[in-house]
Design a protein around this ligand. Structure first.
Ligand code: NDP
Length: 490
């Protein structure tokens, strides 16, 4: 390494992508690496996203067990959910995982700075204690953060980061948004016994996904008790306490139920623990007024690039503040790279990790490696889950003639218990090449299933190759290799 640099690589951001890149550059390529993290190691995924969310999904799914188990001869008595007990264990687990991340970096010889870092020039970062460090390459992996809509009093609502720190579970919650986070937390909170209302401004939640699949998710969410309103948004919000002289919502107001009145009354009595802001009065676009203990804004995330000095040194930012990079994750400043959510390409943990690995291979492995963003499988951890890879029916139809193979049925396990749950298995097939262009699954454990189907779709297998695979019986997913006739051709 030339003397003029303190490091070969300085990484800003200790989330999944940044940690992986730092660790592999140091341990596999012998690079001298430093990493600065202003918050906790593990980033969004480990500390305030995928991991705690999935543990909450597991927690919420136990609510159904006693009823279902009864059909199978068991006598499990439902009991109350202990949020405090669970929360304590949850944070213990996050501490453990953060410790592992630190240990991995330490073991690889990466120097860690628990501070904010900003860019001073093409090779220099400044830490919040005022020291500067020079590096041959700088990698920005600062991720993103939730955004609230531009609405007066929006700070009365919480965002997904706050969910894991609630003092007590609210009795009622309004969730704004119809994306991954809104739908996942609607299901989680509903499972934990919270009365959930969800407003989504568009015609159907989970915009961009296969229409039939998201339709079934929405239907299942409603069946499970979530009060989901589409074509609806929040227009006004204020604390109930601050409306003393204003018109108070009554039970006769269009969409206000007695339970929400009870919730606010109970709060006044101290029966419901005060949450971050106390009961909140909300007015929606359709004129309805309601009171909720908590309002959750799940209205998207913005890249974390503010006040980092990026534009001053010539790093180009996009409309939403994302760092603009080329296929090698390189910015307009050749020594500065960026990976993960801060680039707003495909905002998923495994993608950030792959971008980090490709960056290391390009810069330290001497092998220019573009990031492959094609055919990325993903899952939405609603209840039931949605697993998806490739093109939706709608997108494929716009591109070429396709055959759709689709089946929806009551799965054996819950059907035996008398539940009305339905699952969906769908293949989108090119009429000309027979290649499976997309697969969409709505079912328990769809995330696990789509990981496997993702291999076949990524490999470009044809419908006939799917069919040549023997079914595993009896399973839900055997339908993926036994659907003989197209449901429709377009
Ligand atoms: P999304 O972009 O998926 O969804 C944001 C939602 O908020 C959309 O429904 C959007 O509506 C709505 N919205 C945006 N602005 C407003 C507004 N001003 N008023 C009302 N509604 C608004 O963001 P999320 O925060 O849910 O998730 C962020 C990203 O994180 C995802 O895209 C995904 O990449 C990742 N993620 C992945 C998960 C997984 O893999 N399971 C889980 C959680 C997050 P509209 O559709 O009309 O734009």
């Amino acid at each position: 390494m030339a003397d003029k640099f303190d490091y070969d690589l300085f990484v800003i951001g200790g989330g999944s992508g940044g940690v992986r890149a730092a660790r592999v550059a140091a341990s596999e390529h012998g690079a001298k690496v430093a990493l600065a993290e202003e918050d906790r190691y593990g980033g969004t995924c480990v500390i305030r996203g995928c991991v705690p969310k999935k543990l909450m999904v597991f927690a919420s799914e136990y609510a159904r067990v006693p009823e279902e188990a009864a059909a199978y001869g068991w006598d499990f008595r439902p009991g109350p959910f202990d949020w405090h007990g669970f929360k304590g264990k949850l944070h213990g687990e996050l501490d453990r995982l953060e410790g592992i991340y630190r240990k991995l970096l330490d073991g690889a010889g990466v120097e860690m700075f628990d501070q904010r870092a900003v860019i001073k020039d093409a090779h220099t970062v400044e830490l919040s204690d005022g020291t500067t460090k020079r590096a041959k390459h700088i990698l920005i992996a600062t991720g993103g953060a939730p955004v609230r809509p531009d609405l007066p009093n929006a700070d009365l609502g919480i965002v997904s980061d706050d969910i894991f720190h609630l003092e007590q579970l609210p009795k009622s919650m309004l969730i704004i948004g119809g994306g991954y986070i809104a739908c996942e937390f609607a299901c989680i909170m509903n499972g934990l016994g919270v009365e959930v209302t969800q407003y989504y401004r568009g015609a159907q939640v989970l915009r961009g996904f296969d229409e039939e699949a998201r339709g079934l998710v929405a239907e299942s969410m409603r069946d499970s008790g979530i009060d989901l309103h589409v074509g609806s948004n929040i227009v006004e919000m204020t604390r109930v306490a601050d409306r003393k002289d204003g018109p108070q919502p009554t039970a006769s107001d269009a969409s206000m139920g007695a339970s929400t009145l009870d919730a606010s009354a109970a709060s006044d009595d101290g029966d419901v623990a005060p949450n971050r802001s106390g009961p909140i009065w909300v007015k929606s676009t359709n004129g309805g007024e309601k009171v909720f203990d908590t309002v959750l804004f799940a209205t998207g995330r913005n890249p974390s690039t503010k006040d980092m000095g990026l534009e001053d040194v010539g790093v180009k930012l996009g409309r939403r503040g994302e760092i603009v990079v080329n296929e090698y994750s390189q910015t307009d400043v050749p020594s500065i790279y960026a990976i993960g959510d801060v680039t707003d390409r495909v905002n998923l943990t495994p993608v950030a990790i792959r971008e980090g690995m490709a960056f290391v291979q390009t810069v330290f492995g001497g092998e220019p490696t573009p990031v492959d963003h094609e055919l990325i499988p993903s899952a939405i951890f609603t209840q039931p889950e949605m697993g998806t890879v490739g093109m939706s029916e709608e997108d494929a139809r716009d591109a070429e003639e396709v055959e759709i193979y689709c089946t929806s049925f009551k799965p054996m396990q819950t059907s035996f218990a008398g539940a009305s749950d339905r699952v969906l298995m769908k293949l989108v097939v090119s009429k000309e090449t027979r290649v499976v262009l997309g697969c969409h699954i709505v079912a328990p454990n769809a995330g696990e299933l789509i990981q496997m189907v993702g291999i076949a779709v990524k490999a470009g297998l044809t419908k006939e190759q799917f069919d040549a695979t023997c079914a595993v019986h009896p399973t839900m997913s055997e339908e993926l290799v036994t659907m003989r006739n197209p449901t429709r051709t377009t």
